[in-house]
Design a protein around this ligand. Structure first.
Ligand code: IVH
Length: 683
């Protein structure tokens, strides 16, 4: 039998341990060392083992080591757990307030509470006379699953609400969100991948999987966290709360010892809410947990009652302002191939259409064969797709469900899907190539590239027109563009006098771009903008280029062996010779203007460009730098003087930083050149 002294000691230990949990997890201000905590915990466990009658339902020893359940038992919530209507634009919030004001005009003056919307799963914690007796998932809103033992493993969930002055209602359901921080999610997935277990697609799935476990010891090993955001009182006799607004309710939850997201804001009106939404969105990328929007609640609790609930599901007094999501899962229907202008076989994903960030995504890039193999992406898989801003959507990887059967791994074809020629794979590359210069797909993309921005920049010649010109046989290679006549274009569908004239003018204007641009526009494999310009400057004219050999190309400063060989190979092909002769016959400028003044702000300096510049193309920036006496090189060395940095800069930036090379933005470059007005020129 336990003595009164034992009971008192057990109560004291429970209090000390739970205070330590609260200080550590909720306040983020621990006062107890780990060793001290462990000592108290062991003492309490020893007492309870010796005197089982001392084990109360709010004992911290219940947080660990509970027996696995055989199934998750269903449980009914005190009142339905509601869901929220969504808004995606400020106008929808204004419309929401207008609708509410028709029911209760005071909403315009009542103010709002705005809380970041954590992306986890909603749970309800039942406290009877202040003690946690049950915890459940949301389930269908009315009936959820009892996961009490699992929720107890989350140390910041109080096992007993702290006294706060006012009496605590006899029956209380505290609602909130269980979530997994991003850092914990990443560590968990790394661990699982190392163990050969399926990884989780996102923190929300990982949190749900962690909570809906039969074995609480598995839950305990998952880094789950909790934030409280609401309270539901029991039916008649459940008492009342000493608060009148949602803001005061959140303060009360804090006083009770519950973790509340500190990033909520009380806003006097909708304008203040809109300003806060911008702050949340800006902060989003820096948080250690995912949020998918902001929940806006009418602050006055009296108005909650007045505004009511629509269809028993969605309260009128709250709305979720959602960010456009940039991730979604969908089914990978098939992997198809696109043959690029250099002959590269580029795999892409055909997806079951899915909404991401307000757009319907049907296709996504898959990079290359090695990437598909490494990520083990197979047709038929459910895959995670990301669409960030304007970039082409990407398949991040498969989302594997345990035990689900899968299709065969993807195999690259041995023959070009466009022309049937056996494909080649250079030993040092991950891409496979169609070697056939007459391959219809290569010619099509070659034509699109030739006319594109940064290349010959022919206005009015996009993908659709390129397709038409090839289909009707007016053009067989890029050289044929210069022989097009007005009546040819007028015979094409959709062309009128005006558009035909414009295209001809665009073609005519492209004749003066110079050798560097032509060389790049021809789309020789490995000859990018920088290489083309270096070669053009070194040789000065096409005739000198045609007379040169691999060794001479390789001797050009900044040109590697691969590029030199690719260029020599290209020029040696009779088919390409014919194209070049057509260009020459048409009067396309095939020489490079003599080197510009060697003096200027970049005189004697070497610059490297990385990433995408906001307004200039690489060739435009290069031309400007060269006119100011500078040299543009393709790779960063210790001799590089400046790195011109654009969006999505890669390894060059890392290297340059290592070596302390001065970085320039496009704006800084233009400022140094003192030629901001050249921005409007065509370069
Ligand atoms: S209020 C009216 N507040 O969002 C009561 N929900 O789409 C509805 N959520 O099921 C909940 N943070 O899982 C509310 N601060 C917050 C929230 C929040 C996340 C989740 C919750 C709910 C879902 C509604």
């Amino acid at each position: 039998m336990s003595s009164g002294a034992d009971a008192a000691r057990a109560a004291e230990l429970r209090e000390q341990i739970e205070r330590a949990n609260h200080e550590y997890y909720v306040l983020d201000a621990p006062t107890l060392s780990d060793a001290e905590y462990d000592r108290l915990f062991r003492e309490l466990r020893a007492l309870e083992t010796a005197h089982p009658e001392l084990r109360t339902p709010d004992s911290p020893t219940l947080r660990i080591g509970a027996e696995p359940a055989s199934r998750l038992v269903k449980t009914t919530h005190l009142a339905p757990m509601l869901s929220l209507d969504n808004a995606f634009e400020p106008a929808e919030l204004i419309a929401w307030e207008t609708r509410n004001a028709r029911i209760a005009a005071e909403v315009r003056e009542a103010g709002y509470t705005a809380e970041p919307k954590i992306d986890g799963l909603a749970v309800a914690l039942t406290y009877q006379d202040g003690v946690l007796v049950r915890g459940a998932t949301r389930g269908n809103g009315t009936i959820g699953e009892d996961v009490t033992a699992n929720l107890r493993t989350i140390r910041e969930i109080p096992l007993r609400v702290r006294a706060s002055g006012a009496p605590i209602p006899a029956l209380l359901e505290i609602r909130g969100e269980v979530y997994m921080p991003l850092s914990g999610f990443a560590a968990l997935n790394t661990r699982r991948a190392a163990e050969g277990a399926a990884t989780f697609a996102n923190p929300r799935n990982a949190a749900a999987g962690g909570l809906r476990q039969l074995d609480p010891n598995i839950t305990a090993a998952r880094p789950l966290r909790f934030y409280a955001f609401g309270v539901q009182l029991g039916p008649n006799g459940g008492g009342s709360l000493p608060v009148h607004t949602q803001g005061e309710l959140l303060e009360l939850l804090v006083a009770w010892g519950l973790p509340v997201n500190p990033r909520y804001r009380r806003c006097p009106d909708l304008d203040a809410v809109l300003a806060f939404l911008g702050e949340v969105e800006a902060e989003r990328a820096h948080l250690d947990h995912e949020i998918d929007g902001t929940v806006i609640k009418v602050d006055s609790l009296a108005l909650h009652t007045e505004l009511g609930v629509v269809g028993g599901r969605e309260p009128r007094w709250a709305i979720a302002y959602k960010f456009a999501p940039d991730l979604a899962t969908t089914r990978l229907l098939s992997i198809e191939l696109n043959v690029g202008r250099t002959g590269s076989l580029n795999p892409f994903a055909v997806l079951e259409p899915v909404e991401i960030g307000g757009a319907t995504v049907r296709l996504a890039t898959l990079h290359n064969e090695e990437d598909i193999g490494r990520k083990d992406i197979r047709p038929g898989d459910t895959v995670l797709v990301k669409r960030a801003g304007e970039v082409i959507p990407q398949v991040i990887g498969p989302v594997l469900e345990e035990g689900a059967s899968r299709g065969e791994p993807f195999r690259m074809p041995d023959h070009c899907p466009s022309c049937g020629t056996p494909v080649e794979q250079p030993s040092d590359e991950v891409m496979r190539y169609c070697p056939n210069g007459a391959c219809p797909a290569r010619i099509y993309w070659g034509l699109v590239h030739f006319a594109g921005r940064g290349a010959m920049d022919i206005r009015g010649l996009g993908e659709a027109t390129a397709r038409q010109l090839l289909d009707v046989g007016l053009v067989r290679d890029v050289g044929d563009l210069y022989g097009l006549r007005l009546e040819d274009l007028l015979s094409l569908e959709g062309f009128k006098e005006k558009s035909a004239q414009n295209l001809l003018a665009g073609i005519e204007a492209s004749k003066t771009r110079g050798l560097g641009t032509v060389l790049f526009a021809l789309g020789v494999r490995h000859v990018g903008e920088t290489a083309a310009r270096l070669i053009a400057r070194a040789f000065g004219s096409l005739d000198r280029l045609l007379a040169a050999d691999v060794e001479q190309f390789a001797r050009v400063h900044g040109i590697g062996r691969t590029t030199a060989e690719a260029l020599a190979g290209y020029l040696a092909e009779p088919r390409n010779g014919e194209t070049i002769e057509k260009l020459r016959a048409a009067g396309v400028q095939l020489s490079e203007p003599e080197a510009g003044p060697a003096t200027g702000v970049f005189s004697g300096k070497t610059l490297v460009i990385t990433g995408t510049l906001p307004t200039l193309s690489r060739s435009q920036a290069t031309a400007m730098i060269e006119r100011a006496g500078g040299r543009v090189s393709g790779s960063v060395t210790r001799k590089t003087d400046f790195l011109l940095v654009g969006e999505d800069a890669g390894s060059k930036l890392t290297k340059a930083r290592e070596w302390g090379i001065t970085e320039l933005t496009e704006e800084e470059l233009l400022a140094r050149l003192g030629t901001l007005e050249t921005l409007t020129g065509d370069g």
